[in-house]
Design a protein around this ligand. Structure first.
Ligand code: PNW
Length: 500
Protein backbone atom coordinates (compact mmCIF):
# COMPACT_ATOMS: atom_id res chain seq x y z
CA UNK A 1 0.00 0.00 0.00
CA UNK A 2 1.09 3.60 -0.54
CA UNK A 3 2.48 5.62 2.34
CA UNK A 4 0.08 7.86 4.22
CA UNK A 5 1.63 11.14 3.14
CA UNK A 6 1.69 10.33 -0.60
CA UNK A 7 -0.06 12.86 -2.89
CA UNK A 8 -2.85 10.47 -3.92
CA UNK A 9 -3.91 10.19 -0.29
CA UNK A 10 -4.21 13.93 0.35
CA UNK A 11 -7.50 14.89 2.05
CA UNK A 12 -8.97 11.44 1.63
CA UNK A 13 -10.50 11.13 5.12
CA UNK A 14 -13.80 12.56 6.39
CA UNK A 15 -13.68 16.06 7.91
CA UNK A 16 -15.04 14.55 11.13
CA UNK A 17 -12.45 11.73 11.22
CA UNK A 18 -11.35 10.98 14.80
CA UNK A 19 -7.67 10.46 15.49
CA UNK A 20 -5.70 10.26 18.68
CA UNK A 21 -4.22 7.82 21.16
CA UNK A 22 -5.72 4.92 23.13
CA UNK A 23 -5.01 3.76 26.69
CA UNK A 24 -6.46 1.38 29.28
CA UNK A 25 -7.07 2.14 32.98
CA UNK A 26 -5.07 -0.78 34.41
CA UNK A 27 -2.07 0.13 32.24
CA UNK A 28 -1.78 3.82 33.07
CA UNK A 29 -3.74 4.99 36.10
CA UNK A 30 -1.80 3.57 39.03
CA UNK A 31 -3.47 4.64 42.31
CA UNK A 32 -4.70 1.07 42.46
CA UNK A 33 -6.31 1.51 45.89
CA UNK A 34 -6.63 5.29 46.14
CA UNK A 35 -9.86 7.12 47.03
CA UNK A 36 -11.85 3.98 47.65
CA UNK A 37 -10.91 1.97 44.55
CA UNK A 38 -11.46 -1.78 44.92
CA UNK A 39 -9.07 -4.50 43.81
CA UNK A 40 -9.19 -5.72 40.19
CA UNK A 41 -8.08 -9.13 38.95
CA UNK A 42 -4.96 -7.46 37.50
CA UNK A 43 -4.07 -5.81 40.82
CA UNK A 44 -4.09 -9.27 42.33
CA UNK A 45 -2.52 -11.16 39.42
CA UNK A 46 0.41 -8.76 39.04
CA UNK A 47 1.44 -9.40 42.64
CA UNK A 48 1.78 -13.16 42.12
CA UNK A 49 5.52 -13.89 41.78
CA UNK A 50 6.53 -15.00 38.28
CA UNK A 51 3.49 -13.69 36.40
CA UNK A 52 5.00 -10.40 35.14
CA UNK A 53 8.26 -10.56 33.17
CA UNK A 54 10.09 -7.83 35.09
CA UNK A 55 8.45 -8.53 38.45
CA UNK A 56 6.61 -5.20 38.33
CA UNK A 57 3.00 -4.48 39.36
CA UNK A 58 0.62 -1.85 38.01
CA UNK A 59 0.30 -0.15 41.40
CA UNK A 60 1.75 3.12 40.01
CA UNK A 61 1.92 2.57 36.21
CA UNK A 62 2.32 6.03 34.59
CA UNK A 63 0.39 7.71 37.44
CA UNK A 64 -2.23 8.94 34.97
CA UNK A 65 -4.74 9.11 37.84
CA UNK A 66 -2.71 11.91 39.47
CA UNK A 67 -1.29 13.47 36.31
CA UNK A 68 -4.35 13.60 34.06
CA UNK A 69 -4.31 17.38 33.63
CA UNK A 70 -0.72 17.36 32.39
CA UNK A 71 -1.58 14.40 30.14
CA UNK A 72 -4.43 16.31 28.52
CA UNK A 73 -2.00 19.19 27.88
CA UNK A 74 0.39 16.75 26.20
CA UNK A 75 -2.46 15.38 24.06
CA UNK A 76 -3.31 18.96 23.12
CA UNK A 77 0.29 19.67 22.17
CA UNK A 78 0.31 16.59 19.95
CA UNK A 79 -2.75 17.92 18.16
CA UNK A 80 -5.16 15.01 18.57
CA UNK A 81 -8.91 15.58 18.23
CA UNK A 82 -9.89 12.43 20.21
CA UNK A 83 -8.68 10.25 23.08
CA UNK A 84 -9.71 6.69 23.91
CA UNK A 85 -9.49 5.52 27.53
CA UNK A 86 -11.17 2.91 29.70
CA UNK A 87 -13.01 3.06 33.02
CA UNK A 88 -11.87 0.89 35.90
CA UNK A 89 -15.02 -0.87 37.09
CA UNK A 90 -13.52 -1.37 40.58
CA UNK A 91 -12.83 2.38 40.86
CA UNK A 92 -16.53 3.09 40.23
CA UNK A 93 -18.07 0.11 42.07
CA UNK A 94 -15.28 -1.21 44.33
CA UNK A 95 -16.96 -4.59 44.95
CA UNK A 96 -18.43 -4.68 41.45
CA UNK A 97 -21.90 -6.08 42.19
CA UNK A 98 -25.34 -4.74 41.39
CA UNK A 99 -26.14 -4.14 45.06
CA UNK A 100 -22.72 -2.81 46.03
CA UNK A 101 -22.14 0.90 46.72
CA UNK A 102 -20.95 3.31 44.05
CA UNK A 103 -17.71 5.15 44.80
CA UNK A 104 -18.40 8.80 44.00
CA UNK A 105 -14.69 9.69 44.15
CA UNK A 106 -14.00 7.20 41.38
CA UNK A 107 -16.77 8.55 39.20
CA UNK A 108 -15.53 12.09 39.84
CA UNK A 109 -12.12 11.22 38.48
CA UNK A 110 -13.59 10.17 35.14
CA UNK A 111 -16.01 13.07 35.09
CA UNK A 112 -13.10 15.48 35.61
CA UNK A 113 -11.08 13.76 32.90
CA UNK A 114 -13.94 14.07 30.41
CA UNK A 115 -14.38 17.75 31.33
CA UNK A 116 -10.68 18.44 30.95
CA UNK A 117 -10.69 16.80 27.51
CA UNK A 118 -13.78 18.73 26.43
CA UNK A 119 -12.24 22.01 27.59
CA UNK A 120 -9.39 21.21 25.22
CA UNK A 121 -11.62 20.23 22.28
CA UNK A 122 -10.78 16.54 22.56
CA UNK A 123 -13.53 13.94 22.05
CA UNK A 124 -13.71 11.05 24.54
CA UNK A 125 -14.02 7.44 23.34
CA UNK A 126 -14.78 5.46 26.48
CA UNK A 127 -14.31 1.71 26.98
CA UNK A 128 -16.32 0.17 29.83
CA UNK A 129 -14.25 -2.99 30.11
CA UNK A 130 -10.56 -3.29 29.29
CA UNK A 131 -9.79 -6.52 31.18
CA UNK A 132 -9.83 -5.34 34.84
CA UNK A 133 -12.74 -7.31 36.33
CA UNK A 134 -13.40 -6.47 40.00
CA UNK A 135 -11.66 -9.15 42.07
CA UNK A 136 -14.71 -9.35 44.35
CA UNK A 137 -16.82 -10.77 41.48
CA UNK A 138 -14.15 -13.33 40.71
CA UNK A 139 -14.17 -14.37 44.39
CA UNK A 140 -17.96 -14.34 44.72
CA UNK A 141 -18.97 -16.46 41.77
CA UNK A 142 -16.06 -16.94 39.35
CA UNK A 143 -16.68 -13.76 37.36
CA UNK A 144 -17.63 -14.39 33.74
CA UNK A 145 -17.91 -18.13 34.24
CA UNK A 146 -21.28 -17.43 35.90
CA UNK A 147 -23.15 -15.83 33.02
CA UNK A 148 -26.40 -14.94 34.81
CA UNK A 149 -24.87 -13.32 37.88
CA UNK A 150 -22.17 -11.54 35.87
CA UNK A 151 -24.63 -10.04 33.38
CA UNK A 152 -26.74 -8.49 36.14
CA UNK A 153 -23.65 -6.87 37.63
CA UNK A 154 -22.31 -5.65 34.27
CA UNK A 155 -25.70 -4.15 33.40
CA UNK A 156 -25.76 -2.15 36.59
CA UNK A 157 -22.15 -0.99 36.06
CA UNK A 158 -22.95 0.12 32.50
CA UNK A 159 -26.05 1.99 33.68
CA UNK A 160 -24.04 3.85 36.34
CA UNK A 161 -21.49 4.92 33.68
CA UNK A 162 -24.08 6.06 31.12
CA UNK A 163 -25.91 8.01 33.82
CA UNK A 164 -22.82 9.79 35.13
CA UNK A 165 -20.94 10.47 31.88
CA UNK A 166 -23.35 10.07 28.98
CA UNK A 167 -24.28 13.75 28.87
CA UNK A 168 -20.72 14.39 27.63
CA UNK A 169 -19.50 11.03 26.28
CA UNK A 170 -20.97 10.15 22.85
CA UNK A 171 -18.72 7.23 21.86
CA UNK A 172 -19.00 4.07 23.98
CA UNK A 173 -17.16 0.77 23.65
CA UNK A 174 -18.47 -2.05 25.83
CA UNK A 175 -15.59 -4.53 25.63
CA UNK A 176 -11.99 -4.29 24.49
CA UNK A 177 -10.84 -7.44 22.71
CA UNK A 178 -13.06 -10.08 24.31
CA UNK A 179 -11.04 -12.72 22.46
CA UNK A 180 -7.64 -11.74 23.84
CA UNK A 181 -9.17 -11.44 27.32
CA UNK A 182 -10.54 -14.97 27.27
CA UNK A 183 -7.68 -16.73 25.45
CA UNK A 184 -4.92 -15.12 27.51
CA UNK A 185 -6.82 -15.45 30.80
CA UNK A 186 -8.49 -18.89 30.44
CA UNK A 187 -6.45 -20.78 27.81
CA UNK A 188 -2.80 -19.67 27.94
CA UNK A 189 -3.39 -18.42 31.48
CA UNK A 190 -0.69 -15.75 31.09
CA UNK A 191 -3.16 -12.94 31.85
CA UNK A 192 -5.52 -12.52 34.80
CA UNK A 193 -7.37 -14.43 36.09
CA UNK A 194 -4.64 -16.94 35.15
CA UNK A 195 -6.74 -20.07 34.57
CA UNK A 196 -5.23 -22.77 32.38
CA UNK A 197 -5.26 -26.53 32.01
CA UNK A 198 -2.66 -26.62 29.25
CA UNK A 199 0.04 -29.29 29.59
CA UNK A 200 2.57 -28.34 32.24
CA UNK A 201 0.25 -25.97 34.11
CA UNK A 202 -1.02 -26.64 37.60
CA UNK A 203 -3.56 -23.81 37.68
CA UNK A 204 -7.31 -24.21 38.06
CA UNK A 205 -9.47 -24.13 34.96
CA UNK A 206 -10.52 -26.12 31.90
CA UNK A 207 -9.01 -24.61 28.78
CA UNK A 208 -11.08 -26.82 26.49
CA UNK A 209 -14.35 -25.15 27.55
CA UNK A 210 -13.89 -22.04 29.70
CA UNK A 211 -12.53 -19.70 26.99
CA UNK A 212 -15.73 -20.30 24.98
CA UNK A 213 -18.02 -19.87 27.99
CA UNK A 214 -16.34 -16.59 28.94
CA UNK A 215 -16.54 -15.37 25.34
CA UNK A 216 -20.27 -16.14 25.34
CA UNK A 217 -20.73 -14.18 28.56
CA UNK A 218 -18.84 -11.23 27.06
CA UNK A 219 -21.01 -11.23 23.94
CA UNK A 220 -24.33 -11.53 25.75
CA UNK A 221 -23.44 -8.99 28.47
CA UNK A 222 -22.20 -6.59 25.77
CA UNK A 223 -25.58 -6.91 24.06
CA UNK A 224 -27.46 -6.28 27.31
CA UNK A 225 -25.46 -3.08 27.92
CA UNK A 226 -26.19 -1.93 24.36
CA UNK A 227 -29.92 -2.60 24.82
CA UNK A 228 -29.87 -0.50 28.00
CA UNK A 229 -28.03 2.31 26.25
CA UNK A 230 -30.33 2.28 23.24
CA UNK A 231 -33.55 2.15 25.26
CA UNK A 232 -32.76 4.32 28.27
CA UNK A 233 -30.02 6.72 27.20
CA UNK A 234 -29.59 7.05 23.44
CA UNK A 235 -32.89 8.90 22.88
CA UNK A 236 -31.62 11.81 24.98
CA UNK A 237 -27.84 11.38 24.89
CA UNK A 238 -27.64 10.54 21.17
CA UNK A 239 -24.30 8.72 21.23
CA UNK A 240 -23.06 5.56 19.52
CA UNK A 241 -22.11 2.28 21.16
CA UNK A 242 -20.27 -0.82 20.00
CA UNK A 243 -17.62 -3.41 20.73
CA UNK A 244 -13.90 -3.56 19.87
CA UNK A 245 -12.46 -6.81 18.50
CA UNK A 246 -8.86 -7.81 18.04
CA UNK A 247 -7.74 -9.53 14.86
CA UNK A 248 -4.50 -10.19 13.09
CA UNK A 249 -4.51 -10.86 9.37
CA UNK A 250 -3.86 -14.47 8.38
CA UNK A 251 -2.32 -15.26 4.99
CA UNK A 252 -1.78 -18.78 3.59
CA UNK A 253 1.72 -20.21 4.05
CA UNK A 254 1.42 -21.81 0.60
CA UNK A 255 -0.90 -19.80 -1.64
CA UNK A 256 -1.11 -22.68 -4.10
CA UNK A 257 -2.31 -25.18 -1.51
CA UNK A 258 -6.11 -24.98 -1.14
CA UNK A 259 -5.80 -26.46 2.36
CA UNK A 260 -3.60 -23.54 3.46
CA UNK A 261 -5.92 -21.05 1.79
CA UNK A 262 -8.80 -22.61 3.72
CA UNK A 263 -6.74 -22.68 6.92
CA UNK A 264 -6.00 -18.94 6.66
CA UNK A 265 -9.71 -18.20 6.21
CA UNK A 266 -10.53 -20.51 9.13
CA UNK A 267 -7.98 -18.68 11.32
CA UNK A 268 -9.74 -15.38 10.57
CA UNK A 269 -13.12 -16.89 11.42
CA UNK A 270 -11.85 -18.40 14.69
CA UNK A 271 -10.21 -15.16 15.79
CA UNK A 272 -12.61 -12.52 14.42
CA UNK A 273 -15.76 -14.33 13.25
CA UNK A 274 -16.09 -15.88 16.73
CA UNK A 275 -17.32 -12.48 17.97
CA UNK A 276 -18.12 -10.59 14.78
CA UNK A 277 -20.44 -13.15 13.13
CA UNK A 278 -22.87 -13.14 16.09
CA UNK A 279 -22.85 -9.32 16.28
CA UNK A 280 -22.55 -8.15 12.65
CA UNK A 281 -23.32 -11.25 10.60
CA UNK A 282 -25.34 -14.46 10.86
CA UNK A 283 -26.12 -14.01 14.55
CA UNK A 284 -24.35 -17.27 15.36
CA UNK A 285 -20.81 -18.63 15.69
CA UNK A 286 -19.03 -19.52 12.41
CA UNK A 287 -19.88 -23.00 11.09
CA UNK A 288 -16.20 -24.03 11.10
CA UNK A 289 -16.07 -23.39 14.86
CA UNK A 290 -19.18 -25.48 15.53
CA UNK A 291 -17.72 -28.24 13.38
CA UNK A 292 -14.45 -28.38 15.31
CA UNK A 293 -15.75 -27.64 18.81
CA UNK A 294 -19.18 -29.26 18.90
CA UNK A 295 -21.04 -28.61 22.12
CA UNK A 296 -17.95 -27.23 23.83
CA UNK A 297 -19.01 -24.06 22.02
CA UNK A 298 -22.08 -22.62 23.79
CA UNK A 299 -25.37 -22.27 21.89
CA UNK A 300 -27.22 -18.97 21.64
CA UNK A 301 -30.79 -19.19 22.88
CA UNK A 302 -33.26 -17.52 20.48
CA UNK A 303 -33.50 -14.58 22.93
CA UNK A 304 -29.73 -14.21 23.09
CA UNK A 305 -29.40 -14.34 19.33
CA UNK A 306 -32.00 -11.62 18.86
CA UNK A 307 -30.23 -9.50 21.45
CA UNK A 308 -26.68 -9.97 20.11
CA UNK A 309 -27.34 -9.66 16.38
CA UNK A 310 -27.08 -6.00 15.38
CA UNK A 311 -25.84 -4.96 18.81
CA UNK A 312 -23.11 -2.63 17.63
CA UNK A 313 -23.30 0.72 15.82
CA UNK A 314 -19.77 0.31 14.49
CA UNK A 315 -16.98 -2.24 14.11
CA UNK A 316 -14.26 -1.40 16.67
CA UNK A 317 -11.05 -2.73 15.16
CA UNK A 318 -7.75 -3.42 16.92
CA UNK A 319 -5.03 -4.91 14.76
CA UNK A 320 -1.27 -5.05 14.81
CA UNK A 321 0.22 -7.74 12.61
CA UNK A 322 -0.03 -10.57 10.04
CA UNK A 323 0.78 -14.26 10.30
CA UNK A 324 1.39 -16.99 7.74
CA UNK A 325 -0.94 -19.89 8.38
CA UNK A 326 -0.60 -23.58 7.53
CA UNK A 327 -3.19 -26.33 7.77
CA UNK A 328 -2.62 -29.41 9.96
CA UNK A 329 -3.42 -32.91 8.81
CA UNK A 330 -4.04 -34.24 12.34
CA UNK A 331 -7.40 -33.73 14.07
CA UNK A 332 -7.63 -30.65 16.28
CA UNK A 333 -6.37 -30.90 19.85
CA UNK A 334 -8.94 -30.57 22.67
CA UNK A 335 -7.21 -27.33 23.72
CA UNK A 336 -7.05 -25.80 20.24
CA UNK A 337 -8.73 -22.37 19.97
CA UNK A 338 -7.40 -21.22 16.62
CA UNK A 339 -8.89 -23.51 13.97
CA UNK A 340 -6.34 -26.33 13.89
CA UNK A 341 -3.59 -24.34 12.19
CA UNK A 342 0.04 -23.50 12.78
CA UNK A 343 1.38 -19.97 12.29
CA UNK A 344 4.73 -18.94 10.84
CA UNK A 345 7.09 -15.99 10.43
CA UNK A 346 7.93 -16.82 6.82
CA UNK A 347 5.85 -18.26 4.00
CA UNK A 348 6.74 -21.19 1.76
CA UNK A 349 8.82 -18.96 -0.51
CA UNK A 350 10.80 -17.73 2.49
CA UNK A 351 9.21 -14.26 2.54
CA UNK A 352 9.12 -12.74 6.03
CA UNK A 353 5.82 -11.56 7.53
CA UNK A 354 7.44 -8.19 8.19
CA UNK A 355 10.09 -6.17 9.95
CA UNK A 356 10.66 -7.18 13.57
CA UNK A 357 9.57 -4.91 16.41
CA UNK A 358 10.75 -5.39 20.00
CA UNK A 359 7.71 -7.67 20.60
CA UNK A 360 7.92 -11.28 19.43
CA UNK A 361 4.33 -11.53 18.13
CA UNK A 362 4.38 -8.19 16.35
CA UNK A 363 5.92 -7.54 12.95
CA UNK A 364 5.15 -4.62 10.68
CA UNK A 365 2.95 -5.57 7.71
CA UNK A 366 0.83 -2.74 6.24
CA UNK A 367 -0.26 -4.86 3.25
CA UNK A 368 -1.79 -7.45 5.58
CA UNK A 369 -3.57 -4.66 7.46
CA UNK A 370 -5.03 -3.42 4.16
CA UNK A 371 -6.24 -6.93 3.31
CA UNK A 372 -7.82 -7.21 6.74
CA UNK A 373 -9.67 -3.89 6.35
CA UNK A 374 -11.21 -5.25 3.14
CA UNK A 375 -11.98 -8.66 4.71
CA UNK A 376 -13.86 -7.01 7.60
CA UNK A 377 -15.69 -4.56 5.33
CA UNK A 378 -16.72 -7.22 2.82
CA UNK A 379 -17.94 -9.61 5.50
CA UNK A 380 -19.74 -7.18 7.86
CA UNK A 381 -20.52 -3.96 5.94
CA UNK A 382 -20.29 -1.88 9.12
CA UNK A 383 -18.52 1.47 9.59
CA UNK A 384 -15.10 0.84 11.12
CA UNK A 385 -13.55 2.68 14.04
CA UNK A 386 -9.90 1.69 14.26
CA UNK A 387 -9.49 1.78 18.04
CA UNK A 388 -5.91 0.45 18.33
CA UNK A 389 -2.87 0.05 16.12
CA UNK A 390 0.79 0.57 16.90
CA UNK A 391 4.14 -1.02 17.63
CA UNK A 392 7.17 -1.28 19.87
CA UNK A 393 10.61 -0.55 18.43
CA UNK A 394 13.94 -2.15 19.20
CA UNK A 395 16.42 -0.19 21.27
CA UNK A 396 14.03 2.16 23.06
CA UNK A 397 14.51 0.42 26.39
CA UNK A 398 18.07 1.79 26.33
CA UNK A 399 17.22 5.38 25.46
CA UNK A 400 18.83 7.97 27.70
CA UNK A 401 16.69 11.10 28.03
CA UNK A 402 19.70 13.18 29.07
CA UNK A 403 21.25 12.63 25.63
CA UNK A 404 18.58 14.72 23.94
CA UNK A 405 14.90 15.52 24.07
CA UNK A 406 13.86 13.71 20.88
CA UNK A 407 13.69 10.01 20.51
CA UNK A 408 13.96 9.57 16.76
CA UNK A 409 11.86 6.40 16.50
CA UNK A 410 12.11 5.90 12.75
CA UNK A 411 10.78 2.33 12.97
CA UNK A 412 7.52 3.55 14.52
CA UNK A 413 7.30 6.49 12.09
CA UNK A 414 7.60 4.06 9.18
CA UNK A 415 5.03 1.77 10.79
CA UNK A 416 2.48 4.60 11.01
CA UNK A 417 3.21 5.81 7.46
CA UNK A 418 2.56 2.31 6.16
CA UNK A 419 -0.47 1.35 8.24
CA UNK A 420 -2.22 4.71 7.93
CA UNK A 421 -1.38 4.62 4.22
CA UNK A 422 -3.37 1.38 4.16
CA UNK A 423 -6.25 3.17 5.91
CA UNK A 424 -6.21 5.88 3.24
CA UNK A 425 -6.02 3.30 0.45
CA UNK A 426 -8.99 1.37 1.87
CA UNK A 427 -11.02 4.58 2.21
CA UNK A 428 -10.28 5.50 -1.41
CA UNK A 429 -11.61 2.07 -2.32
CA UNK A 430 -14.89 2.51 -0.50
CA UNK A 431 -14.25 1.19 3.03
CA UNK A 432 -16.01 3.38 5.62
CA UNK A 433 -13.34 4.16 8.24
CA UNK A 434 -14.07 6.81 10.84
CA UNK A 435 -11.25 6.79 13.35
CA UNK A 436 -7.65 5.84 14.03
CA UNK A 437 -6.26 5.53 17.55
CA UNK A 438 -2.56 4.80 17.96
CA UNK A 439 -1.65 2.38 20.71
CA UNK A 440 -0.58 3.97 22.87
CA UNK A 441 -0.36 7.50 24.33
CA UNK A 442 2.73 7.01 26.49
CA UNK A 443 4.84 3.98 27.32
CA UNK A 444 2.82 2.09 29.94
CA UNK A 445 2.46 -1.09 31.95
CA UNK A 446 2.13 -3.68 29.21
CA UNK A 447 0.32 -6.47 31.15
CA UNK A 448 2.50 -9.60 31.54
CA UNK A 449 5.37 -7.76 29.78
CA UNK A 450 5.45 -5.23 32.62
CA UNK A 451 7.44 -2.13 31.66
CA UNK A 452 9.57 -3.94 29.06
CA UNK A 453 7.39 -3.27 25.98
CA UNK A 454 7.29 0.39 25.02
CA UNK A 455 4.35 1.10 22.68
CA UNK A 456 4.13 4.80 23.57
CA UNK A 457 4.05 7.93 21.45
CA UNK A 458 5.94 9.36 24.40
CA UNK A 459 8.85 7.72 26.22
CA UNK A 460 8.33 7.43 29.98
CA UNK A 461 11.09 7.58 32.56
CA UNK A 462 9.64 4.99 34.94
CA UNK A 463 12.50 5.60 37.41
CA UNK A 464 11.37 9.17 38.00
CA UNK A 465 8.73 9.89 40.61
CA UNK A 466 6.77 12.01 38.12
CA UNK A 467 7.04 9.31 35.39
CA UNK A 468 8.31 12.04 33.08
CA UNK A 469 6.97 11.84 29.52
CA UNK A 470 9.22 12.65 26.52
CA UNK A 471 7.35 12.83 23.20
CA UNK A 472 8.87 10.69 20.45
CA UNK A 473 9.13 11.99 16.89
CA UNK A 474 6.46 9.53 15.74
CA UNK A 475 3.87 11.22 17.96
CA UNK A 476 4.34 14.48 16.05
CA UNK A 477 4.59 12.56 12.80
CA UNK A 478 1.02 11.35 13.42
CA UNK A 479 -0.13 14.96 13.57
CA UNK A 480 1.54 15.68 10.24
CA UNK A 481 0.00 12.56 8.67
CA UNK A 482 -3.56 13.37 9.75
CA UNK A 483 -3.17 17.06 8.84
CA UNK A 484 -2.45 15.78 5.34
CA UNK A 485 -5.27 13.20 5.26
CA UNK A 486 -8.27 14.84 6.91
CA UNK A 487 -10.41 16.96 4.57
CA UNK A 488 -10.79 20.52 5.70
CA UNK A 489 -14.21 21.88 4.98
CA UNK A 490 -15.88 25.09 5.99
CA UNK A 491 -16.58 25.07 9.70
CA UNK A 492 -14.33 22.12 10.40
CA UNK A 493 -11.19 23.22 12.13
CA UNK A 494 -8.00 21.19 11.90
CA UNK A 495 -6.80 20.76 15.45
CA UNK A 496 -3.24 20.00 14.53
CA UNK A 497 -0.34 22.06 15.77
CA UNK A 498 3.17 22.17 14.39
CA UNK A 499 6.24 20.64 15.98
CA UNK A 500 7.80 23.17 18.34
C1 PNW B 1 -3.90 -5.19 22.93
N1 PNW B 1 -1.54 -10.54 20.11
O1 PNW B 1 -3.60 -6.49 23.35
C2 PNW B 1 -4.60 -4.52 24.11
O2 PNW B 1 -5.86 -3.98 23.82
C3 PNW B 1 -3.75 -3.52 24.82
O3 PNW B 1 -4.18 -3.35 26.14
C4 PNW B 1 -2.29 -3.95 24.73
O4 PNW B 1 -1.46 -3.19 25.55
C5 PNW B 1 -1.89 -3.83 23.26
O5 PNW B 1 -2.75 -4.60 22.43
C6 PNW B 1 -0.45 -4.22 22.97
O6 PNW B 1 -0.16 -5.52 23.41
C7 PNW B 1 -3.08 -7.45 22.50
O7 PNW B 1 -0.80 -11.42 20.64
C8 PNW B 1 -2.30 -8.44 23.06
O8 PNW B 1 -1.80 -10.60 18.89
C9 PNW B 1 -1.81 -9.47 22.28
C10 PNW B 1 -2.07 -9.50 20.92
C11 PNW B 1 -2.83 -8.51 20.35
C12 PNW B 1 -3.34 -7.49 21.14
Amino acid sequence: PPIASSPENASVLRPDFHWGFATAAAQVEGAWNADGKGESIWDKFSRIPGKIIDGSTNADATRAYDLYKADVQLLKKLGVNSYRFSLAWSRIIPLGGKDDPVNEAGLNYYSNLVDELLANDITSFVTLFHWDTPQALEDRYGGMLDQARYIADFERYARVCFTALGDRVKHWITYNEPGVYTLAGYAAGVHAPGRSSLPGRDDPGDSSTEPFIVAHTELVSHAHAVKIYREEFKPTQKGVIGITLHGNFSAPWDEDDPKDVEAAERALQFEIGWFADPVYGSGDYPACMREQLGDRLPHFTPEEKALVQGSSDFYGMNSYTTLYVRHRDQPADINDHKGNITSHDTNKAGVSRGAESATAWLRSNPAGFLSLLHWIWNRYHTPIYITENGTTAKGEEDWDPTSGFWLDDTFRQDFFEGYIGAVADAVRNGVDIRSYFAWTFTDNWEWAAGFTDRFGGSWVDFESSEKTRYPKKSAFELGRIFEHLIRKEAGVEARWCSVQ
